[in-house]
Design a binder for this molecule. Structure first.
Ligand SMILES: *[C@@H]1O[C@H](CO)[C@@H](O)[C@H](O)[C@H]1NC(C)=O
Ligand SMILES: *[C@@H]1O[C@H](CO)[C@@H](O)[C@H](O)[C@H]1NC(C)=O
Length: 319
């Protein structure tokens, strides 16, 4: 294993409890991959400070209305635990990381919560949280990390909600980037999540007062980030690097949760350019910025996966 770690979660500590969970393929009759027209336009505007906020900061409640808390239970009477972040990209689809489903890869163990600010939604007054069941998890077929831990490419997945979510002031989708789009180096984009600045997730469970945090991280170009002193060949063109380059500036690199959004404002509209994937061990390290799956490298995969799901089957409907 290289000198990186995936942003692991508490659920993954229970790895091994459920070996060999079957991944069922559920498909549907209908074709639906028309993207929402009103996306990337939060009713509550996020705070986008021009000055650098090194440690990340609490987000304006509900200003990132596509932010999902993916929650899993090991066994249904056991309460759900926050496992990963995700992004709402359509009324029935969530974009996240493939590694979030190690080792629990069974849709019936998950729920997707939207409209949250505090992890404990009773602290949000009024609570506008909506938690929805899942009827399919589609991990990229090229994600082979479990077989080969030196390979973390294709860390992307789609989750299909068992019913469409109603859009509200607090719940609305982010736009997808144009296929192949690459943000210029230095562009500050925002990573959001309930993970703390050291990348620990366990705290989220005990500190239910945890609130959604944001951090602006400048994009680092592939040329720089694939240097031997940086991520070298661990970095693939289908990934984005972002963060600060020296350790004293690096503190915000661990903000966010696996699978969560790395959102960039493009002509005033928010697009999800990255999915939180991995970072250095210990989270803060010289020349080891955070790494995201580059969503624009998977535009065709996203369209194809949705088309296949909606066309091929009989058990589920695409609305
Ligand atoms: C969306 O709104 C409709 C009509 O009010 C309601 O029947 C449905 O249950 C709502 N869906 C969700 C996921 O809340
Ligand atoms: C959450 O609660 C813990 C312990 O009760 C406290 O130490 C911490 O400061 C609180 N955090 C926030 C963000 O209020």
């Amino acid at each position: 294993v290289g000198n990186y770690m995936l942003f692991l979660t508490l659920i993954q500590i229970f790895k091994g409890l459920f070996p060999g969970l079957q991944h069922k393929v559920y498909v549907s009759n209908f074709l639906r991959s028309d993207w929402p027209e009103d996306c990337g336009n939060p009713a509550v505007k996020p705070k986008t400070p021009t000055q650098r906020v090194v440690n990340g900061e609490e987000a304006v409640p509900h200003s990132w209305p596509w932010q999902v808390s993916m929650q899993a239970t090991l066994l249904p009477p056991i309460p759900y635990l926050h496992n990963c972040g995700g992004s709402l990209i359509h009324e029935e689809w969530i974009l996240t990381a493939a590694h979030c489903f190690i080792p629990l890869n069974k849709q019936s163990l998950y729920r997707m919560c939207l409209g949250k600010h505090h992890m404990d939604s009773s602290m949000d007054v009024p609570s506008v949280e909506k938690c929805l069941q899942v009827d399919e998890i589609i991990r990229h077929e090229g994600f082979v990390y479990e077989q080969d831990p030196s390979d973390i490419t294709y860390d992307i997945a789609l989750v299909h909600l068992s019913e469409p979510v109603n859009m509200t002031r607090e719940i609305s989708p982010v736009c997808l980037p144009k296929p192949g789009a690459v943000m210029p180096a230095g562009t500050p984009c925002f990573v959001t999540g309930w993970g703390d600045e050291k990348g620990r997730h366990i705290l989220v469970l005990t500190a239910s007062n945890a609130s959604l945090n944001q951090a602006a991280l400048p994009v680092i170009d592939f040329q720089t980030c694939s240097k031997p002193s940086y991520w070298w060949d661990t970095l693939r063109p289908s990934m984005i690097c972002a963060g600060y380059e020296s350790p004293d500036e690096l503190k915000s690199a661990c903000q966010g949760d696996s699978g969560g959004p790395f959102a960039c404002s493009v002509a005033g509209t928010w697009e999800v350019h990255g999915v939180v994937s991995f970072g250095p061990q210990g989270c803060i390290k010289d020349k080891k910025p955070s790494v995201f799956t580059r969503v624009s490298a998977f535009s065709h995969w996203i369209e194809d996966s949705i088309r296949k799901f909606c066309l091929n089957g009989f058990l589920h409907r695409c609305y």
